[in-house]
Each structure stands twice: as C-alpha cells, then as structure tokens.
Design a protein around this ligand. Structure first.
Ligand code: SAH
Ligand code: SF4
Length: 408
C-alpha cells in the first residue's frame, strides 16, 4: 500500500480549525517491524510481496539485523538485496517506541518516559521503563499496560484508570529502546571471542500494569525478548510479576515460561482484600495453589513472593511467622519491598529496624529474604511510583514526592 493510501485510511478528522481539518490522531503511516513475533513478521513480509518460499530465510536475516545488530534502518541490512531493502522501506519502518524524557538518578538508575501512539481522544499515551544497573547485572523494568484496571491501595499506578494495553511490539520495543540508548548492541569487533557482557541482562515485568491481564501481547513480546537468535535474554532472567490473576498463572507457566513473582503483601484474606482488591476474586489459598503448581519449580527456580512493608499494617513479627507457614513447601524467596510513598498515599514505610527483624524471621525459616533497595527514588522510578500516561502529576505533586523520597 502506498503511503498516501495509508494516510488516507488512518487519519481521523474530527473537527476544523480555520477550515482546516483537525487531525486528532494520525496512526503511524507505516507499521514498525520492531518487536513483532516471527509469525507476524513472516505475514508482514507476505503483505509486502515476499514469496512464501523465501519468507523463513528473510525472517531469519531480518531478525538478526534487528535483534543482534540493533539495525535502525533497512539500509544497514546488507545481507538483503538492495531491491528488497527498498521494498521493505516502502512498506514498513523500524521505529521504536519514542522516548519523551530521560532521567538519570544519582544512583545510575535511568527512567525513560515512553510516548506511544494515542487513541481517538488525541492524547498520546505514556508509560515508564526503568533501567537499574547493579554490580553483577543490569535489570530493565518494563510496562505492560498504560494504567491498570486493578486498584491496589498502596500503588500509584493503581490510582490511574486503564488507558490501554501495550502491543507485543511495544513490550519488546522497550528492550530494543534500552539497548539503543545504552549502546548495548553486539560489538562485531568483540564477537566470537568471550561471551559478551550485556548491560541489559535481566528483565522484570514490574512496571505499569498487570501483565496477566494483557496475556497474549505479554506472551508474544517476551517471546521476542527470549528468542535465542535475537535479544536472547533467557527466560530464567525474565521475571513476570502478577498481583494474582489465578487462572492465567498456569497459562503463563505453559505459554510464557518466565520466572514468576507474586505480589502477596498480606497473610490473611481480610487484609489482602483491602490491599490487593483482586484477592476478593482470587483468595490467598487459590493463589498459593496456583504457585505450587507452577511448572518447573525447584530450589534453583523459585517463585518470588513480593511483600511491601507497610508500617503498622502488615509488618508485625506475627505476620512474618504466618508468612513462612503459609508458603511452606513452595520453593520460594521473599522479596521485602520498602513502601515507596507517593502524593496522597495513605501508608508509611515500616521502620528499618522492623524490616530487619521481619527479614530475620523469614531468613531463619530458610528463605532468602532480600530487602529490595529502593533505586532511583529521586527520579520517582522506584516500585509503585510509576504513573504517567494521560494523567500527569502536577509540578507541585512531583516536588512533594521528591521531597518525601529524599527525606526518608
Ligand atoms: N501489576 C503487577 C506488576 C507491577 S507492580 C503486580 O502487581 O505484581 C510491581 C511491584 O511493585 C508489585 O509487587 C507491587 O505490589 C509493588 N508496588 C506497587 N506499589 C508500590 C509502592 N508504592 N511501594 C513499593 N512497592 C510497590
Ligand atoms: Fe496494578 Fe500491580 Fe499496581 Fe496493583 S500493584 S494497581 S496490579 S500495577
């Protein structure tokens, strides 16, 4: 299809300014090939006229350019004929999600505000993606939805309505974008020698949104991320965090195969109903059964239980003892997350002394219980602080939050 025809099809005119149509939303003129699955790529090539018998090989070649070499233009794909490169450029782009803003924390954490194509309301959508460098790894925290349908009472994202699901391309696109930004593509000169150390070595799906309520896109996007001939981040280094969408946990085990993290946060249904309202639908007992049955669990492959430390709410030593009783028999580790405040939040973070005592009980029961060091608090990049998209904080709210983060 020509660009002109495409534009005619996708421009939506909903009003007039000085007799000129007001274009509230113009979809990309040409679709991007970045982040789509192999079958979707083969189908796209078919639409561009690539004969069926060639498609497999072309997919393999393009895949290598996109995900090993980080190609940003078809011109770079020198193993394809000039004619094919021109044809591809006529039909597609290699556009990544657009970075609207970048912030770098004093601790090296980077947060990217990513702008995604908008909807008919004319507003573009934004999600956040956070890179956390550590001594032995570099973790990229990616988003699955703009906003969230769930309303966990301690989570900033939960105060924002669900605006839309991300596509598979936008999910894998966050990894591509991080590799671009960090110059983290394969260095041809070094290739073939020692295995390269990549800056982005681990992925956590712990950004905005509930990944198991955007199942297919998350599955396909993570499939691209884990593909061994491409981005090649093994499934053991990809962790998917869910607030407890029980029916999709087994499905995630079968179809995605990433490491599982579960946002538990409470040991009784009464309290969890308040903190994670989804618990009313899928109570703790059902959630833990789904965890027990998660495929491939072993001491080397454990479920992570996330537990946000809320002062006077869920942080008593009796809670710690109940927690270890509750998860008995499940190969697990417990990730204690100091609560990150946000403007209007009604909770306080537990005192450090209390977090340590809590952690000791868990540790003594035989579970690794790392306390997640808050990273990037000065740029509002820590867990549960992410909120952007169509609803932005006012400058005053941001200042208040920054002050809070820096003083505790
Ligand atoms: N929706 C998914 C994944 C995104 S949230 C989930 O709920 O698991 C990633 C983690 O951050 C979850 O464990 C969540 O409970 C936690 N979190 C949310 N708000 C937080 C806050 N204000 N302080 C600390 N952790 C928070
Ligand atoms: Fe959504 Fe997770 Fe936040 Fe709950 S904690 S509101 S599920 S993003």
């Amino acid at each position: 299809m020509t660009i002109a025809a495409n534009q005619a099809k996708t421009s939506v005119s909903v009003g007039f300014i000085e007799k000129r149509p007001l274009q509230l939303y113009v979809a990309p003129e040409k679709p991007s090939l970045v982040g789509i699955s192999r079958p979707a790529l083969a189908e796209a090539l078919g639409r561009a006229g690539v004969p069926e018998r060639q498609r497999r090989m072309r997919v393999q070649q393009i895949w290598h350019w996109l995900y090993v070499r980080g190609a940003k233009s078809f011109d770079e794909m020198t193993t394809l004929s000039k004619e094919l490169r021109v044809c591809l450029a006529d039909h597609f782009t290699l556009a990544r999600p657009e970075i609207a803003a970048e912030q770098i924390s004093v601790d090296g954490t980077r947060k990217w505000l990513i702008r995604l194509p908008g909807e008919l309301d004319g507003r573009s959508h934004e999600v956040e993606c956070v890179y956390i460098p550590e001594a032995d790894r570099g973790t990229l925290c990616i988003s699955s939805q703009v906003g969230c349908t769930l309303n966990c009472t301690f989570c900033h994202t939960g105060t924002q309505r669900l605006v839309r699901n991300l596509t598979a391309g936008e999910i894998a696109g966050q990894v591509v974008l991080a590799r671009d930004r960090l110059s983290d593509w394969r260095n041809e000169a070094a290739a073939g020698n020692e295995p390269e150390k990549r800056l982005v070595s681990n992925i956590v799906m712990m950004g905005m949104g509930e990944p198991l309520y955007n199942f297919e896109a998350v599955r396909d996007g993570l499939g691209v991320v884990a593909d061994g001939d491409g981005l090649s981040i093994s499934k053991r280094r990809i962790t998917l965090s869910t607030s407890g969408v029980v029916p999709n946990i087994a499905r995630a085990g079968a179809e995605i195969g990433a490491m599982l993290a579960v946002s538990l946060h409470a040991v009784t249904d009464e309290l969890r109903n308040q903190l994670v309202p989804l618990n009313r639908k899928y109570p703790i007992a059902e959630l833990l059964t789904a965890c027990r049955n998660y495929p491939g669990l072993s001491n080397a492959r454990r479920v992570t239980f996330e537990y946000v430390m809320l002062k006077g709410i869920n942080d008593s030593l009796a809670d710690a003892r109940a927690l270890v009783r509750l998860i008995k028999g499940i190969p697990a580790k417990i990730n204690l997350i100091p609560f990150n405040p946000w403007p209007g939040s009604k909770y306080e973070c537990s005192d450090w002394a209390q977090i340590e005592k809590f952690s000791e009980i868990v540790f003594d029961a035989g579970y690794a219980s790392p306390v997640r060091t808050p990273r990037g608090r000065d740029i509002l990049a820590a867990c549960g602080q992410l909120k952007s998209a169509s609803e932005k904080l006012s400058a005053r709210e941001r200042l208040a939050l920054r002050a809070m983060a820096l003083t505790d």
